[in-house]
Every structure is written in structure tokens, then in C-alpha cells.
Design a protein around this ligand. Structure first.
Ligand code: F6R
Ligand code: MG
Ligand code: MG
Length: 365
């Protein structure tokens, strides 16, 4: 059976600043999907990570389907109305367009979708990150799908030794989807040369060499849509696991690094990313940037209950390490690598100051 898993996610308002959505907003979104999706949605889950709500759905209508996208957009509009009625902060923040046109790409919400022939047993992972950008998944996915130091399956499992095909997007391009396809391990250094630049190049999808979808990442850059800072992109990601894909533990392993990503306060800092349980709020310094991971199996389009992958004592050690790294970076405030380089800064104030000062520079004779 060919099914599609679609995740559509948006920040439509939160309690106490950019912390978490209210119960009432979550219920509004969930009730809307129950009522309006029942004719074509096989199953769904509504969850949150920081201030973002994700609707994860299964159906048979394929990717970028207008019915699925429109229903999700309308569910977020309904949620945003509840957020407004409760006086939540940033109500409707990620709903950047007034009218719906075909699918939610380029309208504000983030979307990741996988369409595949469902295996008799089909484990997969749903990641949601808050206070960061899509490039936050570059390092973990690169390590999982291309580095046998992290994924011994690339050496040990014959179905994995052929490697994977990466589609990488230049997210600085605003004219359309500018993409390149590269193969691991053949093009390993080329893949690495692009992915190190997490602000500009983002993994969009990963396939097996025989064309089976393995991973999908949302590539929305809100800054490009709104033309100014309206909140960080807060990307979502889906990964299929086991057998001809990396094992669940091989997909999770890189999150023990707590790598530095763009985000945190005003979307303008380098901060380590913290693996947290689903439905965790934001806290320190409007962060730290966070990622949750929900593990499921899907069978005939029905999701099992969730196994929360970062809800385990091992990740307490990682969270403590990430907290330490975050505080150490914060000790240098806005200096050097603690704040993003000027061309990535999205807040008006500093951009205007620098423009003004530039005119006053003189070339000494
Ligand atoms: C991060 C984020 C927050 C806000 C900050 C200021 O993605 O959204 O760090 O940038 O709290 O918010 P405003 O400008 O809405 O007061
Ligand atoms: Mg957010
Ligand atoms: Mg937000």
C-alpha cells in the first residue's frame, strides 16, 4: 500500500512569549483535523515542540496535495483565531499569506512529506526543532547516512553499503527551488563542502540508491518569505528506519553531540541544540534551540502510540552537556561567534546601524 506521511507545522501563538501553545489552541487544531480531515486522513497526531504546533498525518493522496495542505492551513487559521481570542503572543505569526494557493509551501508553515510503499512493518521517526533553521539537520543526517563512524550499518548491512542519494537545496535562492543531487559515498567531500554551510545549504531529502525515500526535511526560510525576521524557521524532519535504512539508534546517535546551530534569542545566535521530549516548552535565552523525536510504526496508514525517543536517562547527560555549552557560549554575549555574522542577522536594528556607519567610513590617504 502506497501511503504519504505529511507533517505541517506552524507557530500560531504562544503563552508567556514564545514558550508553548495553549491547550485550547492545540484542541482547536486537533478538533479541526478530526472533523474536516475524516474523509481523507487515515490517522493524525497534533503535538508541539517549543512554540510550534505540528500536524502529522497519513493519507493516500501523495505529496503537496491541495486537500491535505488546505485542511492543515485552515486548521492553523482556526487555531490562530483561538490564540487571538485568548490574547496569546504572536497569534497567527507563521501564517504569512492571506489566501491559500495550492499548497502551504512559501506561505509560512514548514512541511516535510514522505510517500512510499508501506512495508509490513514500517518504523519511522518524526523530528521537530524549535528556535533554529533547517540546516540544523545537516550534520545529524550527514553522519547517519554517510559516516560509518556513526552508522556501522554502512559497513555491516549489505542493503546499506551501496550508500544514499542526497538532494541538497540552496535556501538562499528566492527565485525557486535551486537543488543538486549528490551520492554518498562517491561524492562525500562535495556533500560535506555544501552541508558545512548550514545557513545556505540544506538537505531536502535522502533516497536509497534504488529510489526509496529515506528522509525529508522542511526547507522553509521564513525570512525569505516575509522579507524580515518573523521568527525562526523551526524545521521538521521525517526519517524511515531499520532494514534497508539506518537503525533508529543510528539516526538518534548524532543528537548526542549538541552541535551549535543558528537560533536562540531573536534567531540571531549560535547555540547548541538540546534533544528534548515532545511537548517541551522553550526556556533559557529563548531557547536553547531544541529538537524532539517521536518514534512510531505506521500500519495500513494507522500510527501506533508514540515512543518518545529522547525520553530516556541517557539524554539527561546530553541535556546537561548542552546546558553547559549554552552557558559557556552566552558568556561572550554578542561577541564573535556567539552572535550570527552580519549577513545572517535578521533583526532590523543592527542592520540599520551598520548601514548608517558604513556611509561614515573614510579611506585614509
Ligand atoms: C526566536 C524568537 C524570539 C523572539 C524574541 C523577541 O525564534 O522568536 O527569540 O525573536 O523573543 O520577540 P519580539 O520581537 O516578538 O518581542
Ligand atoms: Mg518556534
Ligand atoms: Mg516562535
Amino acid at each position: 500500500m502506497k501511503i504519504t506521511i505529511s507533517v505541517i507545522k506552524a507557530d500560531i501563538g504562544s503563552i508567556g512569549g514564545h514558550i508553548k501553545p495553549s491547550e485550547k489552541v492545540l484542541k482547536t487544531v486537533s478538533d479541526y483535523v478530526t472533523k474536516n480531515g475524516k474523509a481523507f486522513i487515515k490517522d493524525f497526531r497534533v503535538t508541539y515542540t517549543g512554540d510550534d504546533i505540528a500536524i502529522m498525518m497519513s493519507h493516500t493522496l501523495g505529496k503537496l496535495n491541495s486537500k491535505v495542505h488546505k485542511m492543515s492551513w485552515d486548521a492553523f487559521v482556526a487555531g490562530a483565531n483561538t490564540a487571538k481570542s485568548q490574547g496569546l503572543y504572536g497569534a497567527g505569526q507563521d501564517l504569512l499569506k492571506d489566501s491559500f494557493s495550492g499548497n502551504v509551501k512559501g506561505m509560512g508553515p514548514a512541511v516535510a512529506e514522505l510517500e512510499f510503499d508501506e512495508r509490513p512493518n514500517e518504523p519511522f521517526l518524526f523530528f521537530a526543532a524549535d528556535k533554529t533553521e533547517p540546516g540544523a539537520y545537516n550534520l545529524p543526517l550527514y553522519l547517519t547516512f554517510a559516516d560509518p563512524m556513526v552508522t556501522p550499518g554502512l559497513l555491516l548491512q549489505s542493503s546499506l553499503t551501496k550508500g544514499f542519494k542526497f538532494t541538497i537545496m540552496d535556501v538562499s535562492c528566492t527565485k525557486g527551488d535551486r537543488v543538486i543531487e549528490l551520492n554518498a559515498p562517491e561524492d562525500l567531500y562535495k556533500i560535506a563542502a555544501l552541508l558545512r554551510d548550514t545557513n545556505r545549504y540544506t538537505i531536502e531529502s535522502i533516497f536509497t540508491k534504488d529510489g526509496q525515500p529515506a528522509a525529508a526535511v522542511s526547507t522553509t526560510r521564513l525570512h525569505n518569505i516575509a522579507g524580515k525576521y518573523t521568527g525562526k524557521d523551526d524545521p521538521v524532519c521525517l526519517v524511515r528506519c531499520q532494514h534497508s535504512f539506518p537503525a533508529t539508534g543510528e539516526v538518534l546517535a548524532p543528537y548526542a553531540i549538541g552541535q551549535f546551530v543558528s537560533g536562540g534569542m531573536r534567531g540571531s545566535h549560535n547555540m547548541p541544540i538540546m534533544p528534548l521530549k515532545q511537548n517541551s516548552p522553550t526556556s533559557y535565552f529563548d531557547g536553547p534551540p531544541m529538537v524532539s523525536c517521536a518514534a512510531y510504526c505506521v500500519h495500513e496508514g494507522k500510527f501506533t502510540e508514540v515512543a518518545d525517543a529522547f525520553d530516556h536517562p541517557f539524554w539527561d547527560y546530553v541535556r546537561n552537556k548542552v546546558a553547559r555549552k549554552a552557558v559557556e557560549m552566552r558568556e561572550q554575549g554578542f561577541f564573535g561567534c556567539a552572535m550570527l555574522p552580519h549577513y545572517e542577522l535578521e533583526y532590523g536594528g543592527i542592520v540599520e546601524i551598520l548601514k548608517e556607519l558604513d556611509k561614515k567610513f573614510v579611506m585614509r590617504k
